[in-house]
Design a protein around this ligand. Structure first.
Ligand SMILES: Cc1cc2nc3c(=O)[nH]c(=O)nc-3n(C[C@H](O)[C@H](O)[C@H](O)COP(=O)(O)O)c2cc1C
Length: 396
């Protein structure tokens, strides 16, 4: 049977599942729920030496559009110390302490790290990626402590200095959490060469939801009358997360990476590992679908591995990377659409795309009327809800 344990920068995890830092991990009770449902590790809620931007959490969910989290209640280092200590005493989980130091004050970062190590943390996660502090303040010209969150994480040199300051101050492994607002390849390399033992990617990109166009552009949502820029998370950012993890893995072939962002099913776990992740993180899955969905991940992953003959995650880690090439090197298989008229229900979606005149609906069924103009874009193939289109006749 498949072995899904991983050695993550020295932390032996019984499975690769880490609950990402959020209000899912801000109390012992919630951390215990994570443990009951099979998590191997938690990253506790963000801790500060001095909490800037005090804010009440609220969320915006557009059913088919996005999950936005603009703010949250952060922990003081004293609160985080109690939480870390309780989690260590009362659970078997590996406890990663998510923390953000005071900008360029490296001694502040080191002090925070030391305090969380003393509390018993197994690993520190340097939050240089939160989109809701620092970045926004800088963009809006707000008077605020300098270089916080994603603003710091956009600066490889500063990120490296922070990684070094904390790594030298503690004896537990240090992980740096990447913002997708940065060149994560450069920032990860800077952290790795300055003592970080791992990186996690990605935190939320900054975003804004839709609005109420009939009420003068106010927020659409019932619980707020104004809004701030907001971290976008959940399935909408998964392709972005895959891209960042793959790019970091290309730069750092053997470095531990916790990959997350929009992972909702065991299949996404497999994809993330194939793009190079060592372990995987979950947040929005739990906000949107709860721990019942989380508990299905392990069975799905194990079944897949057994069926495919993968004994460990290392057997398929990064195997997708050789297929990622520059656009000029893409190996085209070609082909034109061939319709299975038994499966086709004549919905016409394949004939609708505005960039293509190759398919027409005739007597309620699709016909490839201009095969010579078809350039194998395959949009029709992907759009067909009944999988009634095959791309055939190509080079491969
Ligand atoms: C409500 C909420 C609070 C979050 N708080 C933190 C935090 O304190 N520290 C942190 O590093 N990331 C925080 N995040 C980001 C998540 O840890 C995670 O990186 C991000 O949501 C992407 O993963 P997902 O798509 O699985 O949610 C938070 C996300 C949400 C939704």
């Amino acid at each position: 049977m498949a072995d899904i344990a991983v050695d993550f920068a020295g932390l032996v995890l019984k499975n690769p599942f880490i609950i990402a830092s959020s209000e899912l991990t801000n109390t012992l009770e919630k951390v215990k729920i994570a443990e009951e449902h099979g998590a191997a590790a938690v990253s506790t809620k963000l801790a500060f030496l001095h909490v800037p931007f005090p804010a009440r959490p609220y969320h915006i969910v557009e059913r088919n559009g996005g999950f936005f989290s603009p703010s949250g209640e952060r922990l003081s280092v004293e609160q985080a110390q109690v939480l870390v200590q309780q989690c260590k005493e009362q659970t078997e989980l590996k406890v990663i302490a998510n923390m953000m130091g005071p900008g360029e004050d490296l001694e502040g970062w080191a002090t925070l790290g030391r305090m969380l190590e003393e509390a018993g943390a197994d690993m520190l996660e340097l939050n240089m990626s939160c989109p809701n502090v620092g970045l926004m303040a800088k963009q809006l010209g707000v008077e605020a402590p300098p270089e916080l969150g994603a603003f710091l994480g956009q600066n490889p040199a500063l990120a490296g200095r922070v990684a070094r300051a904390v790594s030298e101050a503690v004896s537990i492994p240090v992980m740096a959490k990447m913002t997708p607002e940065a060149n994560t390849r450069l920032v990860s390399e800077a952290c790795a060469t300055n003592g970080a033992a791992a990186v996690s990617a990605i935190n939320c990109p900054q975003s804004l939801p839709g609005l109420d166009i009939y009420r003068g552009g106010r927020p659409l949502y019932p619980t707020v009358r104004s809004q701030s820029f907001a971290g976008l998370c959940g399935p909408w950012i998964r392709p972005l997360a895959y891209r960042h993890v793959a790019q970091i893995r290309q730069a750092l072939p053997d470095f531990p990476i916790a990959g997350g962002g929009g992972l909702m099913t065991w299949r996404h776990v497999v994809e993330m590992v194939m793009y190079g992740a060592t372990a995987v993180t979950f947040c929005s899955l739990l906000y949107l679908k709860g721990y019942k969905a989380f508990a299905k991940l392990e069975g799905g992953l194990r079944k897949f591995m057994d069926e495919q003959g993968y004994a460990t995650l290392a057997d398929f880690r990064g195997i997708a990377l050789p297929y990622i090439v520059t656009p000029d090197k893409v190996d085209y298989a070609g082909g034109v659409p061939v319709f299975d008229l038994e499966k086709c229900n004549g919905c016409g979606l394949c004939a609708a795309p505005g960039h293509c005149e190759c398919i027409e609906m005739r007597d309620g069924l699709p016909v490839l009327v201009r095969p010579d103009e078809c350039y194998s874009c395959a949009v029709c193939y992907f759009l067909c809800p009944r999988e009634a289109i095959a791309m055939q006749g190509g080079a491969a």
